[in-house]
Design a protein around this ligand. Structure first.
Ligand code: FRU
Length: 533
């Protein structure tokens, strides 16, 4: 996205930064969270611009979330790390900005870890430092056409993540000199070598580095030339070990965000499954052959889940691998129709690894904590929906703050398309569908509102491969004012999509098109708002 951003950057913003805007400390501005299109149970910043989630770690009962933030405008600009914290991944408290840009540059994406053994020497064993590792982007160098404008720096916190001090000798990992896209360090502890591993995006490969103390880094290897999707630059990687569900087997998952080149255009998140031997990532041969036809496999096939990475330091007693993404796409994130704030996060998702008929695949599902805001459970069912007909479940609440667990039963050999459609009285609609012939999950926002803010927002219906194991299609849907997250077939195929209707969608219908449906049944809940009024 970077070239795009630079063009967007207004000279005034640069001047503001140079004149010392970077040193200003700001208190948290309370957001109202009541604006049109504002998510009601997702994280979004109280004010102004947000892109990637950064530096997530868990410590003493708190899930910390940082994010790429420009606090002075609702467009991308000089990057800070905004900060929020949650005890349950559902209710968030906004905290003051954690890390400000400085004379070295903007604070781009990165990660944070609890340095339990005080390997960095920045804290003590009694009070382990929390160390953030981020990219320093030197705007001046970039404008001068230098190729070494990105390097990695660290900052640390000695008060459980509340306040942060930059390390005095940044950068800790300088640019090798000729890699302009050299960013987004994700650090994790590897007990085998008793060292930290940094997974870094370098052009269109992933570069691995190791360190004993988070300060001195040694290059290990690079991965990815000619493998997977390469429609754009690789960004925001993540590397972690996962147990294969139902087997006594472990694999490593390498998450690689890239922009553009996503499955339905613009930004997207692919992944690889294989081994990491402490120096090198070796993709599983069967995994590579399973993705060769599609040249990539995606954590999310929707257009609005980008830059997702996972929480560090989740206790082993919990054992989950929890990812959160940015709910937008560089194709239009600067111009979506919101004003006081712009963009937010996806819901946190728990990842699991499965050995499926298609090969190893990562499934995503909403974290279980979200069930705490389910209200007004409503059960419904319909039988025998003929082609061309529709039925409408009656809901005692707005569909735009709702969760659905639904099952459609298709007749054998169906050639139909089946839609769940949300609409308003202006004729605007958003629909999710299943195409039984193409075996695809569909998301159609082409008529969801006045979409002219960007000609890249709703050019076509978006699709994801969704082979069914039997005649039943299981969908789990979560709507939050201007977004939907679709988890199909236990989270094996996921789509996250935004839409911006003029007025809220007030009604829902199920539609059978070109084929009958034997039955449709499900449960729907109202999801309570998590923001204080
Ligand atoms: C991804 C990204 C990162 C970069 C950050 C800048 O969306 O381009 O690669 O660090 O955004 O805000």
């Amino acid at each position: 996205m970077f070239k795009q951003n630079c063009q967007l950057l207004h000279t005034a913003l640069v001047i503001a930064l140079v004149l010392g805007g970077c040193n200003r400390r700001m208190a948290v501005q309370p957001g109202t969270y009541g604006e049109q299109h504002r998510p009601q149970w997702h994280y979004s910043p109280p004010q102004k611009w947000m892109n990637d989630p950064n530096g997530m770690f868990y410590y003493e009962g708190n899930y910390h979330l940082f994010y790429q933030h420009y606090p002075e405008a609702s467009v991308w600009g000089p990057m800070h790390w905004g900060h929020a914290v949650s005890k349950d991944l559902v209710h968030w408290e906004n905290l003051p900005i954690a890390i400000y840009p400085d004379s070295l540059g903007y604070i781009f994406s990165g990660s944070a870890v609890v340095d339990w053994q005080n390997s960095s020497g920045l804290g003590s064993l009694e009070n382990p430092p929390i160390v953030a590792v981020y990219t320093i982007h030197d705007m001046v160098a970039q404008k001068a056409g230098r190729l070494d404008c990105e390097s990695q720096g660290i900052a640390f916190s000695l008060d459980k993540g509340k306040t942060w001090t930059k390390y005095g000798k940044n950068p800790v990992l300088p640019n090798p000199g000729n890699i302009p896209d050299f960013r987004d360090p994700k650090v994790s502890w590897d007990p085998r070598g008793s060292n930290w591993i940094m997974t870094l995006a370098a052009g269109d490969v992933i570069s691995f580095w190791s360190s004993k103390n988070l300060i001195n880094w040694e290059h290990l290897s690079d991965f990815g030339k000619g493998l997977g999707a390469h429609g754009g630059v690789w960004e925001c990687p993540d590397l972690f070990r996962m147990k294969v569900e139902g087997a006594n087997e472990y694999k490593w998952v390498l998450v690689v965000n890239l922009n553009p080149g996503g499955p339905n255009g613009g930004s997207g998140t692919q992944y690889f499954v294989g081994e990491f031997n402490g120096r090198q990532f070796i993709p599983d041969a069967s995994f590579l052959s399973s993705i060769s036809k599609e040249s990539g496999v995606w954590l999310d096939y929707g257009r609005d889940n980008y830059a997702g990475v996972t929480w560090s330091d989740i206790p082993e007693s919990d054992g989950r691998r929890i990812l959160i993404g940015w709910m937008s796409n560089w194709d239009y994130s600067n111009v979506v129709p919101t004003e006081t704030w712009r963009n937010g996060a996806t819901l946190p998702r728990s990842l699991t690894l499965h050995n499926t008929k298609q090969g190893y695949r990562v499934f995503s599902n909403p974290v279980k904590e979200l069930q705490s805001i389910r209200k007004k459970e409503t059960s419904w069912s319909f039988l025998d929906l003929k082609s061309g007909q529709f039925v409408a479940p009656k809901l005692p609440f707005s569909p735009l703050q709702s969760e659905w667990d639904l099952e459609l039963e298709l007749p054998e050999g169906s050639i139909g398309k089946y839609w769940i459609e949300l609409f308003n009285d202006l004729g605007e609609r958003y629909r999710i569908g299943y195409d039984a012939v193409g075996k695809q999950l569909l998301s159609d926002r082409t008529k969801s509102g006045p979409n002219q803010f960007s000609d890249r927002f709703a050019r076509s219906i978006h699709a994801a491969p969704l082979p069914l194991s039997g005649s039943k299609l299981r969908l789990h849907l979560l709507f939050d004012v201007a977004s939907v997250e679709v988890f199909a077939e236990e989270g094996s195929t996921v789509m996250t999509e935004l839409f911006f209707p003029t007025r809220p969608f007030t009604s829902v219908k199920l539609v059978a098109e070109g084929g009958d449906l034997l039955s449709a049944k499900g449960k729907t809940w109202h999801l309570e708002r998590v923001w204080a009024k």
